[in-house]
Every structure is written in C-alpha cells, then in structure tokens.
Ligand binder design. Sequence first.
Ligand code: TEU
Length: 537
Amino acid sequence: MNKKWWKEAVVYQVYWRSFLDTDGDGYGDLEGVIQKLDYIRDLGADVIWLNPCYGSPDVDNGYDISDYRSVMPKAGTMDTFERLLREVHARGMKLIMDLVVNHTSDRHPWFIESRSSKDNPKRDYYIWRKDKNNWRSYFTPSAWEYDERTGEYYFHSFAVEQPDLNWANPKVREEIYDMMRFWLDKGIDGFRMDVINLLAKQEGFPDSPHPDNISYLGNNPGIHDYLREMHDKVLQHYDVFTVGEIPFVTPEDGVLYVGEDRGELNTLFHFEVLDYIAYWDMGKFKDIQKRWYDGMWGKGWNSQFLNNHDHTRVVTRYGNDKEYRVPSAKCFATLIHTLPGMPYVYQGEEIGMTGVRYESIDDYNDIAMINKYKEAVAAGRDPQATFESLLHLSRDNSRTPMQWNDSANAGFTEGVPWLKVNPNYREINVEQALSDPDSVFYYYQKLIRLRKENEVMVYGSYEPILEDHPQIYAFYRALGSERWLILLNISEQEVLAELPEDAASRLQETLLRNYPEEAGAADEFLLKPYEARIYRC
Ligand code: TEU
C-alpha cells in the first residue's frame, strides 16, 4: 500500500462564518479560528479545511468570488489569514483552502468586462450563447440568464450571480493557475476543489431529454485534460494535498480522478449518500460502501463524511437527535472513522450538534433553499407546505453558529448572529462537552487517537459480514496480523448481533464502545440502540 501523510490524516472543516466572531459583527472570522486552534488540535485533527474567505458579495456564502486574491472584510485581512496559516503550522497541522473555479461572482471584474460588450477581450472568459437550452441549474429553473446589454444568455451551474468560467479558454486556465500559485506560495497545504468535475461543458449544449437530472453539468469530455494540466503546471510543483468535490461520480469514474497513476487529484468526495439518501437506508448505504471499496481500493483514495456545510447534521438527518442523540452521534462517528477512506469532521459534529427547524423562511439564509421555495410558490404550491418540505435538507441545518458555551448566542458572538443560534445550545456546547468524560467530543478524540496508533484503520482491508442485516452494520478491517471487528447497531431498537461462530470466538479485546460494559449481561451481543463497538480479534 502506497503510504502518504494525507491518507493517515483526519480533516476538520471550519465554516468560519459560523465558527467564532471576535469583532462583534455577527459573523465568525479568521481571528476566531486562530483562537480555537488548540481546541481543534486537542480533538486530534491534522488538517483544517477552510471554507472560502476570498472577496465575495456573499450571495452564496463565499462561493461567489469577486476577488480571488483578497480576504473578505467579514473574515478579516490578509494579515489575519497569514497569521492563521503560521499558527496552524506552528501546531504541526496543515491548512487547505477551498478552490472555487467553476464559476465566479457576477461582480468579479472579469465578468463585468465580459458582459460589457461582445467584443470585449474577456467576453470568452465566460460562456455566452444566443439561445438557451433546456438545462436546469442547481439553484434555478434555467442554467441560462439573459443579459439585455448584449442580447445573449450566459451560463451558470448555480445561482444567477455565479456565472460559469469558460475553461475551454486557455487564458482562463492560466489566470486560475496563477491564482493557485499565489496561495500555494504563501504556504497553504492544498485545496478542496469545489465541484471540480463541472469545469468541462458538453459540446454545443444539446437539450437534455431529462432536464431535471442535472448530471449533464459534470464529468464531461475534457475534464481530465484540464485536471492533468492543472496538476502538471501547478500542483506537482508543491507538496500539497487535493480533494475534489465530485457530484454525479461512480467508483469507476472516481478512479479516473484520483487514481494514483493519473496525475490529477489525491482523493474525492462523492455524493451517492448525501445527494440521494434523504433518510437513513442501511441497505443502500452498505451497497454504496461495497461498490466504492471494490472500485477504488488499491487504486485511489476515498473520503468518508456524513456532515458538511451543505448537508443536515447526521444526528438529525440519519440518527436520532432526541433521546439517542449522544449514542447515535458516537455510532455514526465510529462508522465514518472505521470505514476505509479519509474521515472529515465538520465543526460541531464532534459535540453532537443538531439540525434546526425555524419558524419561517425569513429565518433562513441558504440561497438554494430560498430559490427552491420561491420557485415552488411561484408554481402555485402552498407556501407553508413548501416551507415544511424544505426543512429536512436545508443547508442552514448545518450552518447555525458553533455552540461554545451556554452564554448568550452560545458564546459565538456578542453581536447579532448572521443566522440564529440553535436554541438547544444551552445543553449542547463545547464547554459542557469538555467537562463531561462521556461526551461525544472525547469519543471522537479516542477514535482519532486509535487511528493515529493503528495503521489498520487507515490501510486495512474492508470485509463486511451480516451484509443483509437491516439494523446491524458489521465489518472487519485487517492489515497483516492485525484484525478488527466493527459492530454497529444503527437503529433505535435493541438488536441481538448473531455473529458467525468463528467471529465471536475470536474476539480478544474491546478497543472502544459507546455504552459502558455491562458485567454479566444477559447476552453479550445484545446491542443497545445505536450501540457501537470496536474489537481487536
Ligand atoms: O456544492 C456543490 C453542490 O451543491 C453539489 O456538488 C453537491 O451535490 C452537494 O452535496 C449539494 O447537494 C458546492 C459548495 O459546497 C456549496 O456550498 C456551493 O453552494 C456550491 O458548490 C456552488 O459553489
């Protein structure tokens, strides 16, 4: 197995605008991240992924960039950023930035020039056409916006305010490579690459027979040429780590992006779980894990995550955020940290933060949710029913401010938070977690320490058993003579794990469990709701 530092790492995702506000403007900032680096290091994370903090009008919370070479004032200054990078490195950790180059903001100078006239030198920095086709975008009914001034449409995979760059134009590619070097020369340790498989567009933009299936946005011919050029011209000249955010990808395609012989990316996020499984489905989840293991193991590196800034927190989405919040948070943590691939911890996941249900659409900020609401109501759907139908998957579920303590606004800000703090912050907060030896935080700390001390969690094979069981997820990880059994009851019922005879007899040591051991229990393998165990065999 080809060992690499990043294969052994645990990544902590910082959505800085909701992390810690130190200047009272109601937004988190980079100074706040600096103040909490010891907290992140104590958890055991090695790499910090920082969501975009570049100059932006913030239509899509920083994913609409108007100045790639600056830090937006809400976040701080370039000096603050450089101090953050120094402080991260001083703690032996690494920092990767968000590379958002499929599109810019419509207020980027390039777009302002491009839209000004048809013969502007930057016209073909973006994608302009006389007519639109029938494609949707992620956030709007059409992926085309008519521009009066020049009487043409421009293409946008996301919001109207996020015009797609024309990657077929070598000048655009060189501009982006130059910008990447600007940040890499500061010493950052790599990039998380936003929807990086969307860069290549279908030749001629043909109509789709199924316009609601927006997979036509990604994985188009030419994408690997761009990524290989990016690698050859930029990435290979730095000791960096790259993770591609790659929707609509299968394991076979995945290997084309992250194969160790491909000269493109190091690892990827796929969305077969989070984009298609709204509520927990054990069978689908097991199938996805098996296909990705069989498709990628030994060829390319996968990532494991069930939380990020775009998806509802796992205890609310797939677990139980009421009476079993703590065991289910620990159970899913065990799952993510013992499956093959690089685990990501999204801020607040390590203390079992939950999703939210605010009263009105006016309490929400997420442009994706708001656009979906407007589109449905404009089509005549009942506003309240529409609002309620969007609550489960609203991206704001995971964007509420980090809950540090039980003081006003959970200690996140002394101002008015840009997004309301989850009312349960009085019970769920970092201060409480650090004072409770059985907290979710210390469980994550133990999981991460296990990974640091046992290569089997990183490089071990994956062998599922009880594959058809609807509640129990059980699998071996094995490397050399080291063999572990992970046993999870992902359900709200007590379940008897009927292990194969040889399995039970070979269990030597319990390495971690999320319920206390019960001496003389009726049956050793009667698992409590969301019970998780890791055994050494
Ligand atoms: O998200 C991309 C995105 O929306 C899909 O790739 C993915 O399927 C996701 O799971 C949505 O269901 C990225 C950023 O993470 C997001 O915050 C931005 O809004 C978006 O790109 C546009 O930059």
